[in-house]
Structure formats: C-alpha cells, structure tokens
Ligand binder design. Sequence first.
Ligand code: NI
Length: 172
Amino acid sequence: MTILSIVTAPDRRLKVKSKPVETVDDGIRRILDDMLETMYQAPGIGLSAVQIGLPKCLITVDVSRDDEVNAPLYLVNPEIVEYSEEVETYNEGCLSLPEQFADLDRPGVITVEFLDYHGQPQQLRAKGLLSRCIQHEMDHLKGRLFVDRLSTVKRGIILRKLDKAKRQKVTA
Ligand code: NI
C-alpha cells in the first residue's frame, strides 16, 4: 500500500466534479486501499479520491474511536437518498484545509446507497459523526469544500490563512 499526498486548498483539483466508477475491480480496490492508508496516516476520519487528485466517486471513512477496532467503510458511487429534516451543528474540519475548523449545520440522519469494496450494492442509514463525515466527503465529489458552505467573509478568512501558511512553507 502507498501513502499518497493530499491536495490542500486553494487548489483547482479540489473543484473538479468526480465521475462515477464503472466497475469495482482490482484497480479500484488498490486505490481504496491506498486511500484508507493515507487517511489513517494523516490522520483523518474520511477521504475522497479527489483529495488525492483523482476525480472518481470513491470515499473511505472510519469514525471508530482510537480505543476501538478499526471500522473502515468504502463507498463507491455513493448517493444520498434520504435526509432527515432535523439538523445538527458540528465543528467540521478537512484534510484539505489543515487546521481549519468551523461550525456547520447539516441534516442529522441520512440514508446512503453505494457499492462496497466488492462492488455489491449497499444501503446504510447513518447518524451522528458517520452521517456528518459521509456528507462532508460527498461534497468533495461535487467539487465542494466545507468552507463553500460558510459565509463569504468566514470562507475568505480561512482561505487567506491557508494561503499564507502555504507560502511560508514554500519560502522556508
Ligand atoms: Ni474534507
């Protein structure tokens, strides 16, 4: 397995809309394996393929706690078929926006359909952190970051901070 580098904002590649995968074959499974390792290493609880520069509808998630056994979840071509009306607020972060967090409202419970690691269709009802994480990753597949859901002012502050941090890294 290979640890891949994660694209950080601002970067055009993060705005690309991902394409559905036609077949879940060994090539796709290899990418999913690499994504999971990359996510664990980061460390993060969710990663979409577009964040490693590959605009395909692939997501890895693991919201198990540190003291629990790993519970990886692979979602290929995910689609949310149901959202709860009730909304929850959560302080969200993103591996593509290092060290940036903001409170964001999203539906609390979702039902998502997807293909699993073996290409089998699955349906999952998710709540809490899992629901949050899947919705966040699915935004990535549409070329959206969580800051795109914030006001222009808040988004501007975060993006300027990131840009500054990046430039300092380059000159250091
Ligand atoms: Ni993210």
